[in-house]
Design a protein around this ligand. Structure first.
Ligand code: B1M
Length: 224
């Protein structure tokens, strides 16, 4: 089993989605994350073992290498795709409640902003970190976030903005959420966002990259 999980780690780190995927060239015609995860389940490996001992460490490694600028967006995207390939087999166990997630993360790009590439990366990395992710999409205003908190009171909220203009909309969203649900944790990010801005608008945490978001959530789950 250890060997299968090591193969799964390698597939995710190198971004090998499934057998027919041509990327990366050195793994051509070999099983990808999709097949290896299915194989591991068929051989009796528990879904949480696959998540904890293969997908989470693989994605953490990918996230740290991205933070250190050793790999770039396309490689991280391929790894996230490979992780999603494996998750196809694991999701039914999480959805049925048979296997528990670490918590719920609700993410969206804020009102007026249509940029979603960074937001999607954060969503995929957080999912790879063992969280249920609810992606509200782009151009999301305060009401939708508040509705999501009311449906999932323990959820952590993630706001993404790529424009200096829409970044200002984060302020209203944070204020509205905190006014109604003061205990809700809010994490913000996106190219123009800074730590100082985060403090100014009363959000709980700023992360410049997906791994920082994963690490913050991991810390929150430990503290709860
Ligand atoms: Co737009 N755009 N764009 N654009 N666009 C930028 C952002 C811009 C810097 C380009 C420029 O002028 N040099 C500029 C913003 C200027 C500013 O405000 N300072 C700009 C502009 C002006 C615009 C329009 C206004 C252009 C126009 O129509 N006149 C318009 C606005 C539309 C709107 O949103 N209402 C617009 C439109 C678009 C497209 C639709 C064409 C397209 C978006 C497609 C899409 O997302 N589906 C687009 C793109 C692609 C870009 C650039 C080229 C790339 C953005 C991107 O995806 N980067 C961008 C210029 C650039 O960055 N070189 C630009 C890759 C992505 C992985 O990085 O999103 O930063 P990023 O995410 C990072 C981190 O920021 C962090 O993690 C990610 C991975 O490291 N992160 C988080 C992000 N969210 C996070 C949340 C977290 C934590 C971390 O916690 C919750």
């Amino acid at each position: 089993m250890k060997e299968l999980l090591e193969k799964l780690i390698e597939a995710v780190e190198l971004g090998k989605v499934d057998k027919k995927s041509p990327y990366p060239p050195q793994l051509k015609d070999q099983d990808g994350a999709f097949e290896i995860a299915k194989n591991a389940l068929d051989q009796g490996c528990k879904p949480e073992e696959i998540l904890e001992n293969a997908l989470i460490p693989a994605m953490a490694n990918v996230g740290n290498r991205f933070s250190r600028k050793e790999i770039y967006v396309p490689q991280m995207l391929m790894s996230a795709k490979a992780m999603s390939g494996a998750m196809i087999h694991l999701k039914p166990f999480f959805q049925s409640g048979e296997t528990k997630r670490k918590g719920t993360f609700v993410i969206g790009t804020v009102s007026g902003d249509l940029h979603d590439i960074g937001k999607n990366l954060v969503a995929m990395m957080v999912e790879g970190g063992g969280w249920e992710v609810i992606d509200l999409g782009v151009d999301v205003g305060p009401d939708k976030f508040i509705k999501a908190v009311e449906e999932k009171p323990d959820a952590v909220i993630g706001l993404s903005a790529l424009l200096t203009t829409t970044m200002e909309n984060m302020n209203k969203i944070v204020t509205d959420i905190k006014t109604k649900h003061s205990g809700t944790k809010i994490l913000i990010g996106g190219a123009p966002v800074t730590h100082e801005f985060c403090k100014k608008i009363g959000a709980d945490f700023y992360s410049p990259d997906p791994q920082g978001a994963v690490n913050y959530l991991k810390q929150l789950a430990t503290d709860r």
